[in-house]
Every structure is written in C-alpha cells, then in structure tokens.
Ligand binder design. Sequence first.
Ligand SMILES: [Zn+2]
Ligand SMILES: [Zn+2]
Length: 468
Amino acid sequence: MKITFWGAARTVTGSMHLLEVNDTKILLDCGLYQGKRKLSYERNLNFPFDPKEIDVMVLSHAHIDHSGNIPNLVRQGFRGNIYTTHASRDLCAAMLEDSARIQEQDVAYLNKKRRRKGEPELRPLYTVKDALATLPYFIGVPYHRPLPIAPGVTLTFYDAGHILGSAIVVLDIDERGAGKKRVVFSGDLGRPGLAILRDPEFISHADYLIMESTYGSRYHESFEDATQKLREISIRAFKQKGRVLVPSFAVGRTQELVYRLNKLRSKHDIPEFPIYVDSPLAVNVTEIFRLHPECYDQETRKFMAANDHRSPFGFHLLRYVRSVEDSKELNFVPDPVMIIAASGMCEGGRILHHLKNHISDPNTIILFVGYQAENTLGRRILDGVSPVRIFGDLYEVRARVERIDGYSAHADRADLLDWVNHFDRGQLKRIFLVHGEEEGYTGLKAGLKQMGFRNVLVPDRGDSFERL
Ligand SMILES: [Zn+2]
Ligand SMILES: [Zn+2]
C-alpha cells in the first residue's frame, strides 16, 4: 500500500490524497487549491497524475477545498465512482455549479483585460456544464454502512460533525500478500455542540491516520459566549435603529447563525426585527439542509418537536432573498434590520453592495462570524483600516465592527487531541497531519507527542509513503 499527499499538505486548501493498493488507485478528496491566482490556476488545472488512471474517488465533505476540483478531474477523463454521503452529493450539486459560475466570471473579467493587452485568452478552470457533468458519477452512501469499493477495500463513513453530510472516511483493507489494515482519514473534524449537526464520532482502531490540523494550536470561544454576544448585538441594533451586516459563508455558518437566532427569538431573548439571508447559494443550501433530517442531532429534533415540527431554518420575520432585484430592495427596508450575505471574507458577493451603502453610517454594525484571511477586505475592516476600497471607490469606515469567533465549524486543539486519544495506541502505526498551516500542525504535533503518540509526520506536497 502506498499513500501520496497531493494537496492540503502544510496548507489548508486543495485537499487531495492518493492511496494505491491491490493495483487500484483511490483518490481521497479532490479539492480546489486557493492561493495566489496564477499558481492556483496552474496547480488546479494540471493534476500530478493522469485522472484517467484513478479508479475510484471518496469525498469527505462538500466544502470547495475538498470537492471543488472534481469537475476538472472528470473533464480530464476520470470515469470512476465518487463515493460520498447523500447530503454531500446534494450539496455538491449546488456548490460545484456555484463554483463554476465564479470561475467563468473570474476568467471573463481577466480576459477583458488580456484582450486589451493583446494577450491570449484564458479558459475557465471549468464551466457550469463541466460541474453538472460530474453528478452522474456520485454514489450516495449512508453513515455506518460498510461498502466494498475496490478489490479488498471496504469503505465506511462516520459522522465528522463539521458540516451537513461531512464524513470521517474509514477504509478496511485486505492487501494481497500483505494482510489486513485500516486507514482512517478524518476529513475536516467538527466541533462538539455545533447547531443542528451531531458531534464528531470517535473511531477506536486504525493502523494509519490521516488527520486535519487546522486549529491544532488554538482554542475557540464557547457557544454560550458567542450566543450572548449575538444577543447583545441584536439588542443594540434594535435600540439604535441600526443595520447589522453579517458577511457569512453560504454553507454551514449561515445555517448555524439562523438556527441560533431562531432559538433566541423563540425564547423572546432578542427583540423582533426582520432578518434577511441575502444569497442565492445560501437559499439553495438551506433547502438541502431541510431535505436531510437524517443528519440532525437530538437537540434539533427536540426543538422541532417543541415548535410544531417547523423547519429550524424558518421563523417569523426571517426572509430568504434569491433575486438580484429583491437584494437591491434591501437598501430601502427600514432599520433595524439584520442582513446575512456572502462572501464570508467580503471578497465578492452581495455583502459588498450592502457594505458600500452602509459602511459609513455610525448606526451600522458589521458582524464577523468567520475567519478573515490576510489580504481580504474583511481582514482590513476587522483590523480597523479606514477608508477601505470597495468596487474601486474609497469609503470611510464609521460602522461599528464586531466579531464572534465561537461559531467555528472546526474542532479546536482540545477537540482534536481528545479525538485522537480515542484510538488504540498500540495499533496506530503512523499519524499523518494534513490540512493545517505551520502554526496548526506544529502545535498539534507537539500536543500529540506530549500525549505519548509517536510517528507523527507532516508530509509535504508530493511526499509518498510506501509499503505501509
Ligand atoms: Zn470543511
Ligand atoms: Zn477543509
């Protein structure tokens, strides 16, 4: 057996690992690498292997950094099965199309400039058509149902509790001439206590563990503190008749936030004013959440039972906005109001229009609920930069800026260490740390060492491990 790490190696995007056993090539994840534009484009376009030679793919969850390069894989000749959970398959149907649209728009914008300079035009990494062409290859597999996917290889999904449909991948392998072994791939691990979703499951046995390390050296704020802050901000907005603008990713965080607001409203803990989710993708994704109650946790079921079995994503004064016209109308709705819109780091999407119109109003509150990477508009606003540039024009930041870190969908350092601690140490031969930046994997490696785990490795891109 051989494992090669082709993505999310010493970084957090482009998750992709190749497992070779019994003359079969199994690809774990096929995510989009995101970084500097030119490098990303080249790296995503050119696979380090021939996609035609991949026999089978297993997808841990629908986030674009894990699924976003599947359209390219299929376009370049992959014809095998893509095993994932039913919810992930449905999310991919919405998200890959959305990702393709972004690729098309990006390239159209670049090509306009290139034509002016007489440079050859680029083609999009993939198109909406390519994204739709991947869907016939998906095969939905429920949690806890072992399924043979290749000669001597049986797949079982366990709940990773990270986003809807997210899975821990367990591969039980009987290698010809080398015997039985188990490979566990954590995917992205969630956080115990996330709204709607069940907590990540523990796995007790593995010979080889491929594990994420995103927050390997950080601790999150508690859900209680986060919700308390959300309550205070809502009350303040109501009192000052202001506008709360929440940049948020369409998948996961938006539903988490809506669910928390729903609970606060149902207990009359926050004042009544309209809340809008202004994002077509978030609308589609919320519909998909509604379709998959099999993924809900006990608390959500109880909450629904106590509320006439209404969806946890719909409540009095909450509106979903799909069309551009309706989105523009939001400029004229009276305050107080809360508007949740993508993108999460203010790098595009409808949030930019809302910011442009209201960032200079001292009655506005900009509420960040997600990670703001360096060199993004979100990060600049959070760092107190003013004025900031939006669509080429400068705007004075007079809005109040708030942040809530407690709704992260990733396990933190304590959660990660606790998760590994459930494995039988005697059996665990190697732990490969992936999906983390230096701070994350270094911190987690040190923690694991302290707990007595040996053979913890941090593979670089292209590193191969044979005769496992
Ligand atoms: Zn993820
Ligand atoms: Zn990820």
